[in-house]
Write a new protein. Structure first.
Length: 391
């Protein structure tokens, strides 16, 4: 072999070695990338096995601006998209234990809800051998009606009415279940789930959501959430207070709701009552799922653990929703936005240096036609100072 061809062969071998090394390095980098993804959850059986143990993430932009660490419990990652999966599962399992529901007997779960609870019941009813029958006001957004129908729930639309009206949607659900139980001779039974008054609602948050948070974060200085049924704030509030009584529990309350006054001054009252300006909605706000002008069993179970309430106007919630989307890539529902406004207010009042936890109950896509129709119009250059400014 000539010295020339020896040189050529050596150069080829050297190039090959270099290419192989580069490939190895690239592969090592890709493998490293894979290890930074979420750990693979264990294999499990049925959609109901994926409820709970939701992640806790830090909201980087809010932490950086406030000097506190602000975290969100991602309840929107439950399989039917909200924390209501926990409640629906707990109510169904308790009813099965009491013999009130038997799978695949034709039993029907009745609930009066225009929100996430109906979606959780629709999904879990199918998964566990039941039919969900959801009563809701006839002006509920078309995408929610479509979703419930697509999920196979029976949907009953009723005229919007006050809770004292027998045709109000929660009362309609109760009556529907009673009628089946009184008249059915096929053995089929109906359960009125009754999330507002059902004791298993707050209890599931007390035994699951609260203890999960205690595992996820060493020291929780402040926990903030709105109240719809009151189940979450009562259950989590009680679990956190029993662990450490100096943890502050703060209610984030939308405009039009009387709960903030109840906590801060002992009277369930909102200014719209006095001014007579209340519109059609029971709670006059764009925010869905939280705020109320009556006391529920689930709220009462945790009221004594709530230290204070922070009122959040719709305008601040809309701006916060867009701020989180632009700065953190977090596309959340209206109650999560309210919680984050309250978290920043609490951080500025009590911080810096505190760990603050809020709940992100559901995603923005459930709110596209109402809350997000307005939030989308907020400028993408919105600052946190502008979020908090009064309109
Ligand atoms: C979107 C949303 N966020 C928050 C809540 C409040 O949760 P809770 O009913 O546990 O008070 C609800 C309740 O329906 C909700 O739908």
């Amino acid at each position: 072999m000539s010295w020339k061809s020896t040189l050529q062969t050596s150069a080829t071998i050297l190039s090959l070695v270099i290419v192989i090394n580069e490939l190895r390095r690239a592969y090592a980098r890709i493998s490293q990338l894979e290890t930074t993804l979420t750990p693979l959850p264990p294999r499990s059986r049925g959609i109901e096995s994926r409820i709970g143990n939701t992640p806790l993430i830090e909201i980087k932009s809010l932490s950086a601006k406030t000097g506190c660490k602000i975290y969100a419990k991602l309840e929107l990652l439950n399989p039917a998209g909200s924390s209501k999966d926990r409640v629906a599962l707990a109510i169904i399992k308790a009813a099965e234990i009491q013999g009130l529901l038997v799978p695949h007997r034709g039993d029907v779960i009745y609930e009066g809800t225009s929100g996430s609870t109906g979606i959780s019941f629709a999904v879990l009813a199918s998964a566990l051998g039941y039919t969900a029958h959801i009563c809701l006001p006839d002006d509920t957004s078309p995408e929610k009606l479509q979703l419930l129908e697509a999920l196979g729930a029976e949907v009953e639309k009723v005229k919007p009415a006050s809770i004292v009206d027998p045709n109000q949607y929660v009362n309609a659900a109760k009556r529907g279940a009673e009628e089946i139980n009184q008249t059915s001779n096929s053995g089929k039974r109906a359960l009125f789930a009754n999330q507002f008054e059902n004791d298993f609602n707050w209890r599931t948050h007390y035994t699951t959501t609260g203890p999960e948070l205690l595992k996820q974060l060493d020291n929780i200085d402040i926990f903030i959430n709105g109240s719809g049924t009151g189940g979450t704030i009562s259950g989590v509030g009680r679990a956190l207070k029993e662990f450490n009584k100096s943890t502050k529990i703060i209610l984030a309350d939308p405009q039009g709701s009387g709960l903030a006054n109840r906590i801060n001054y002992g009277v369930l009252y909102d200014t719209v009552e006095k001014e007579g300006t209340r519109r059609r909605h029971q709670v006059d706000t764009l925010v869905e799922g939280i705020g109320l002008n009556r006391l529920t069993w689930n709220f009462e179970q945790g009221e004594k653990y709530i230290d204070e309430a922070i009122k959040v106007p719709d305008d601040q919630a809309l701006k916060m929703a867009k701020y989180l989307c632009i700065n953190d890539g977090l596309f959340w529902g209206s109650s999560a936005a309210i919680n984050c406004v309250a978290a920043v207010k609490a951080a500025l009042k009590y911080g810096p240096g505190l760990n603050i936890v809020v709940v992100a109950c559901d995603s923005g896509d459930r709110h596209l036609s109402k809350f997000w129709k307005h939030a989308a119009q907020v400028t993408r250059t919105i600052t946190l100072e502008e979020v908090l400014a009064d309109s």
